[in-house]
Design a binder for this molecule. Structure first.
Ligand SMILES: NC(=O)c1ccc[n+]([C@@H]2O[C@H](COP(=O)([O-])OP(=O)(O)OC[C@H]3O[C@@H](n4cnc5c(N)ncnc54)[C@H](OP(=O)(O)O)[C@@H]3O)[C@@H](O)[C@H]2O)c1
Length: 239
């Protein structure tokens, strides 16, 4: 447990697996209260069990981030449970396969934009009243290498991730004097289900474990990074 995170409250999307799950567990281990979002109830349960084994507290909420008409209900349910949010970590994401733009279907394209760009922005918007009530909330958008590298076959996934850098900057510019801050974090490649689906041919040993990027998330949530506002950062530059 660290004094800094003790009793802080964080909302984490994608907390049923991969990076989001590991960040949720690490925050709970550091003494924070965690609100874990994901669709798969069994895997959310695993997140909760891991956290409770460590003596932490976790509220699991099965929630499909593609259901935008439910965001208001989610906010109302949360505002009765928590006084404020010290942070919001956007880790939800998916991609079935990489496809050249000339072949990608409209439905797939729109789904990628929605889960990677519309959802984190709209969730931030709806949670803003709770984030404003914290002394200095930190909001993290999870990006990827396409943030600043042109790569083929990532269609709307890559476009959405690149736009997140601008989103963090735009949110901050629109809230210049607010104590809360918005940043985009590129974790680099790590061994998760999403990675395995996107890079089927890569041997797992060639890719770092998820735990390697968790300290970068904790740094961005901590007061040590208080000067970072509206920035895009790479985990390797923090670690
Ligand atoms: N792994 C990498 O190498 C890598 C590199 C760069 C960036 N990233 C980014 O890092 C983030 C986390 O990815 P990951 O690798 O940890 O993937 P992951 O292990 O596949 O986890 C993805 C998480 O997103 C949740 N999710 C997906 N669709 C959702 C929806 N509609 N509503 C609610 N939750 C949803 C999943 O939960 P449910 O299935 O329970 O809904 C799961 O918890 C993603 O934004 C990804 O783009 C990953």
């Amino acid at each position: 447990m660290t004094a800094e995170f003790k009793d802080r409250i964080y909302l984490i999307t994608g907390a049923s697996d991969g990076i989001g799950q590991r960040v949720a567990v690490a925050l709970a281990e550091a003494g924070a209260h965690v609100i874990a979002l994901g669709r798969d109830e069994e895997r959310l349960q695993q997140t909760q069990e891991r956290i409770e084994e460590l003596g932490g507290r976790c509220l699991c909420i099965p929630f499909d981030l593609m259901k935008f008409d439910q965001y208001g209900k989610l906010f109302l349910a949360l505002k009765d449970h928590v006084p404020h949010l010290d942070g919001l970590v956007h880790c939800a994401g998916s991609i079935d396969r990489c496809t050249p733009l000339q072949y990608v279907k409209a439905e797939t394209f729109r789904k990628m934009l929605d889960i990677h760009l519309t959802a984190p922005n709209m969730l931030t918007q709806i949670m803003l009243p709770l984030l404003k009530r914290a002394p200095a909330a930190s909001i993290i958008f999870t990006s990827c290498d396409m943030l600043d590298q042109d790569q083929t076959n990532w269609h709307a996934y890559g476009l959405a991730k690149r736009a997140l850098g601008y989103a963090a900057a735009m949110w901050q510019m629109e809230q210049p004097t607010a104590p809360f801050r918005f940043n985009t974090l590129n974790p680099g490649r790590v061994r998760t289900e999403l990675f395995k689906r996107a890079f089927g041919g890569t041997h797992p040993k060639e890719v770092p474990a998820v735990s390697s990027v968790v300290p970068a998330y904790l740094y961005l949530l901590s007061d040590k990074s208080i000067a970072l506002r509206g920035q895009s950062v790479h985990a390797r530059d923090i670690l």
